[in-house]
Design a protein around this ligand. Structure first.
Ligand code: HEC
Ligand code: HEC
Length: 263
């Protein structure tokens, strides 16, 4: 009886999101989905996340449209491969681990504690974007069904000089002549960018992302152009990744996250 009631309330939930068409869970669970969505879009300024961020980026800087872009590092359906084997970490990792590790590398910051409010909100939002999909559990790598497709050309054919011209013509008006960013686009190299432990610091990875993501809203580069401009961007300096500098202190690695009812 209770189950039928719960199911029908859920199904009749009137709240829809404009981006995904998925119904929003009611009550506090829906509030946490929305909180996670806000944090993904405003990671660098949100009070719950900003202290863990070490550059000018937010998750949405690469996970375009708050992760709802179908190709540019999409969050759609990406809860389904977890838990997954991670060759980089040499262990099975959860969605929470994967999301938190992005703080250390792409965001050049500190890993928030497991089970913290910020961690639960982000993973709740990402899981919501997989609602209704079948679990997959990826035994070979921590990537979902919509991950960025690798380019078909050989990464060693990258030409930085061609990339420099392409950057000036197609990217600099938003990202700045010196990669420093502007009101129209975040920094792409230097101290306020992703560090050299991030996925995008590898030319092949950056190129495959650029191919589907940049220029913003109209990605028209060929594979060769994406690779050339990736090599140019990554030829500049950016923060060095030293794992120990990005781990929380041992007492902040995780926390018991239950809320005791008031006595
Ligand atoms: C500088 C760019 C960048 C930023 C900033 C960034 N990420 Fe990522 N992230 C990536 C790329 C690239 C991938 C690999 C995606 C792919 O291959 O489709 C990735 C992968 C992931 C995945 C795994 C996706 C999958 O298919 O399983 C998760 C989860 C994730 N990021 C969460 C986050 C969160 C949360 C933040 C903010 C705290 C963040 N990322 C910030 C670039 C970034
Ligand atoms: C119209 C402005 C615009 C143009 C042109 C543009 N970008 Fe972007 N780019 C953005 C914005 C805005 C973001 C962040 C997305 C967001 O926050 O919604 C971004 C994100 C990025 C990122 C990931 C975040 C970071 O700063 O590292 C890279 C790398 C990037 N762009 C490279 C390029 C390259 C290379 C070109 C040229 C081929 C290009 N962009 C053209 C606006 C632009």
């Amino acid at each position: 009886m209770l189950f039928v009631f719960a199911l029908s309330t859920w199904a009749e939930s009137p709240k829809q999101t404009e981006t995904s068409g998925r119904s929003m869970p009611q009550g506090p669970l829906g509030d946490v989905v929305r909180l996670g969505q806000t944090i993904v879009n405003e990671t660098g300024t949100h009070p719950l996340s900003k202290s863990y961020v070490g550059n000018a980026l937010s998750c949405r800087s690469c996970h375009l449209n708050g992760g709802t872009h179908p190709k540019a590092a999409s969050f759609l359906n990406i809860a389904t491969p977890y838990p997954a084997w991670s060759p980089r970490e040499q262990r099975v990792i959860t969605l929470e681990d994967r999301a938190l590790n992005c703080f250390m590398r792409s965001m050049n910051g500190t890993r928030p504690p497991n089970g913290s409010e910020v961690s639960v909100a982000i993973t709740t939002y990402i899981t919501w974007l997989s609602k209704g999909e079948a679990m997959g559990m990826n035994p070979s790598r921590p990537l979902g069904p919509n991950h960025v497709q690798p380019l078909t050309i050989d990464p060693s054919t990258a030409d930085r000089e061609r990339g420099e011209t392409l950057y000036a013509d197609h990217c600099a008006h938003c990202h700045g002549d010196a990669g420093e960013g502007s009101d129209d686009g975040p920094p792409v190299w230097g101290d306020e960018s992703y560090n050299d432990g991030a996925g995008l610091a590898r030319n092949a990875k950056l190129a495959s992302w650029l191919k589907v993501a940049m220029p913003l809203d109209d990605p028209y580069l060929t594979e060769q152009q994406s690779l050339d401009v990736a090599a140019y961007i990554n030829s500049h300096s950016r923060p060095k990744f030293i794992l120990e500098e990005h781990l929380p202190t041992p007492d902040r690695m995780g926390e018991y996250n239950g809320q005791e009812p008031p006595k």
